[in-house]
Design a protein around this ligand. Structure first.
Ligand code: UDP
Ligand code: MG
Length: 323
């Protein structure tokens, strides 16, 4: 593979980090032996996603006696998926793995992923969560609904319960980099590419320290981005809502005319009120759905980069930004 020839790195491990100062030491203490034990040239691409705590300082400290650790620092918080984009864009390895920094994904599985990819000639190896009992009931249920919906929208090739813990070949990474969109949901885009893939099962552990960086608002955002990024079905929902309310209106016209002809037109405040509210609500929902897509078109037309790099400890041309 040309990248292997270029840099000699077999495995790049991309780790997005946002305010992970409490988890970082424990994470490094488990990641390093797992990678050193592989006996392969590797690099760890820690993407600091605009942390406001000591994460970047700690990473600089760790780098003093861990030469394979590379820091890519983003100028501000750009979000998990954008941090992944930054890492994938800059990783040099023949294989690139992505893993969370909170030890919910076990670093010991990286070796297994690499071995499987090489043995079976796979371009993608998903980490599939066997057991999510460490996650809250709320998270499990919303995640279940999310994966069900995504399999319907994108197709069967989306593995259920596979997050952003996975291994990609150089070819798959290059295919991702060629995609024109700036704002990506990788857990859908990667299966959509259609490369040969395999799975490694693992048990989802507790976050080792710190708080989740995915509060309900961000989870909802990810879900909306996933749906609108892959399907225009919600726009058809708007059409259907319009059709249903149109038929309802026709029935109401017949009803109100017959009431008028029967000479009983004075009472009717309730039906009028309900009718007006109903039509108003349907219209607002449809405008909102349309707005989601118009917003995405607007963002796509602006073509602003998903992230800005402030520092890359391996960057030969320092000061470069974006992609
Ligand atoms: N993360 C990030 N930028 C963000 C939010 C999260 O880089 O804006 C990182 C975070 O540091 C972690 C990974 O993405 O390494 C997954 O986040 P988290 O563990 O908080 O999500 P959860 O596991 O709760 O879904
Ligand atoms: Mg986590």
């Amino acid at each position: 593979m040309d990248s292997e020839a270029r840099t000699g790195i077999t495995l790049s491990v991309v780790v997005p980090m946002f305010n992970e100062q409490d988890a970082l030491r424990a994470f490094a203490d488990r990641l390093r032996p797992a990678l050193d034990g592989l006996d392969e040239p590797y690099e760890v691409v820690a993407v600091d996603d605009g942390s406001t705590d000591k994460t970047p300082d700690l990473l600089h400290d760790l780098r003093t006696d861990w030469p394979q650790l590379r820091l890519v620092r983003l100028r501000r918080n750009c979000g998990h998926q954008a941090a992944l984009t930054a890492g994938l864009d800059r990783a040099d390895g023949a294989y690139v793995a992505t893993i969370d920094a909170d030890l919910q994904d076990p670093p010991e599985k990286l070796g297994e992923m690499l071995e499987l990819a090489r043995r079976d000639g796979l371009d993608i190896v998903y980490g599939v969560r066997e057991d999510r009992s460490s996650d809250s009931g709320f998270k499990r249920h919303t995640a279940g609904a999310y994966y069900w919906l995504m399999r319907r929208l994108v197709g069967r090739q989306v593995p259920a319960q596979a997050g952003d813990f996975r291994l990609l070949s150089r070819e798959a990474v290059e295919a991702l980099k060629e995609l024109p969109e700036q704002h990506r949901v990788y857990r859908l885009l990667v299966p959509w590419l259609g490369f040969p893939s395999g799975e490694v099962r693992y048990v989802r552990e507790q976050r080792v320290a710190g708080e989740t960086k995915y509060p309900v608002g961000r989870m909802a955002r990810l879900a909306v981005d996933s749906v609108t990024g892959f399907s225009a079905a919600p726009l058809r929902v708007a059409t259907w809502l319009g059709a249903v309310s149109f038929v309802t209106c026709l029935l109401l016209v017949v009803f109100s005319l017959s009431v008028y002809l029967a000479g009983m037109t004075v009472p009717g405040w309730t039906s009028l009120f309900v009718g007006v509210l109903f039509i108003g609500a349907v219209q607002l929902i449809c405008v909102g759905l349309l707005g989601e897509y118009v917003g995405r078109i607007y963002t796509a037309v602006q073509r602003r980069p998903a992230y800005y790099v402030a520092e890359d400890t391996a960057d030969r041309a320092a000061g470069r930004t974006g992609r």
